[in-house]
Design a binder for this molecule. Structure first.
Ligand code: F6P
Length: 360
């Protein structure tokens, strides 16, 4: 394959703090190596409409390291293979058009920064002949093959600080406060922020809960003189034998949206314990704002490693954190799977050992 001289970069799926840090690293490393970079706006939409592209130089990425969001924009319903349209079918396949535009623009390779959805689209385009390097992004930490993704540390940090704040008001009012956090089908954010914030109960998708047991834990705390409790609930947590709380079902081009379990848990615990309960949903605050130092460094390492790969002509891979190294792993091994919290994770054992209820 001839040397890579011009690349495209895009961000796909939900945003995560650190996206701009990756874009910055890719642009600086590539331009310094004599490679031209084209920024594609709003995920793969930028390859459907060439007017939504722009050349990026080091000057364009100055000052974005610390910024949340993404200067390129993103979407989580722009899959070119199943583009949502207003027809009876509800979707249309624009993938050939994307491949055509990629070649018309004279691009030699594409850096796709995204979560499992965007990486799976990236893999499909790799199979259609586009040389692709993937960069994993998600606050949920649920991408397989990488120990961490940028965005997760920032989300956990914010959630832990929120739990700290909720502790003081819960204590003042002798209330139960239920904090609903994101994470989709994985409990990483709930477990890490719950432990970091000293939660009394942590409920997560991997361990279906029994609210009678949770209520018993809260009553026991009361009998020891603790008049308040903090319950962290992952949006994907579900009762034993029950289902996740879904805000909107999946449809053509749109994934299932979770949310609402926190309020259900708060209402039921109030009834069971006779104590006043409140629910706080942290929602998109977990995704907003600038990245932590850890996420800036990880994002920068991913961006640098992605450029190294495309210079070496290595495609169809995702850069992954495998401490102490950043390594390439096949996109094929990543897509269609999610990394949930393993039940033998030491932090789960430690949480239990410390008396945290996991609802089972
Ligand atoms: O994947 C990140 C995430 O924030 C999940 O934790 C959450 O379920 C989802 O995205 C929400 O996405 P949106 O509101 O952007 O559709």
């Amino acid at each position: 394959m001839p040397p890579v001289k011009k690349i495209g970069v895009l961000t796909g799926g939900g945003d995560a703090p650190g996206l701009n840090a990756v874009i910055r690293a890719v642009v600086k490393a590539a331009c310094n190596a004599g490679i031209e970079v084209i920024g594609l706006e709003d995920s793969f939409d930028g390859l459907l409409d060439p007017s939504r592209t722009r050349k990026l130089t080091p000057k364009d990425v100055t000052g974005i390291l610390r910024l949340g969001g993404t200067i390129l924009g993103t979407t989580n319903h722009g899959n070119p293979f199943e583009y949502p349209v207003d027809t009876p079918e509800g979707k249309v396949d624009y993938s050939d058009k994307v491949v055509e535009t990629f070649h018309k623009m004279g691009l030699h390779a594409l850096v796709v920064i995204g979560g499992d959805g965007s990486l799976s689209i990236a893999h499909q385009f790799y199979l259609k002949g586009i040389p692709i390097v993937g960069v994993p992004k998600t606050i949920d930490n649920d991408i397989v093959g990488t120990t961490s993704c940028f965005g997760f540390d920032t989300a956990v940090d914010f959630a832990a600080e929120s739990i700290d704040r909720l502790h003081t008001t819960a204590e003042a009012h002798k209330r139960i406060i239920v904090v609903e956090v994101m994470g989709r089908y994985a409990g990483w954010i709930a477990l890490h922020s719950g432990v970091a914030g000293g939660a009394d109960v942590i409920l997560m998708p991997e361990i279906p809960f029994d609210l009678e047991k949770v209520a018993a834990t809260l009553r026991k705390r009361e009998s020891f003189g603790a008049k308040f409790s903090i319950v962290v609930v992952a949006e994907g947590a579900k009762p034993i034998g029950g289902t996740m709380t879904v805000k909107s079902a999946a449809r053509a081009g749109y994934v299932e949206r979770l949310g609402g379990v926190g309020i259900v848990v708060a209402e039921q615990l109030e009834e069971m314990t006779g104590k006043e309960a409140r629910c706080v949903v942290l929602g998109h605050l977990q995704r907003g704002g600038g990245p932590t130092a850890f996420d800036r460094v990880l994002a920068t390492r991913f961006g640098g490693a992605a450029v190294e790969l495309l210079q070496r002509g290595v495609f169809g891979k995702m850069v992954a954190n495998n401490p102490p190294d950043i390594v390439p792993i096949p996109l094929a091994d990543v897509v269609g799977r999610i990394k949930t919290v393993p039940l033998d994770y030491d932090l789960l054992r430690t949480a239990r050992a410390l008396g945290v209820s996991l609802g089972d």
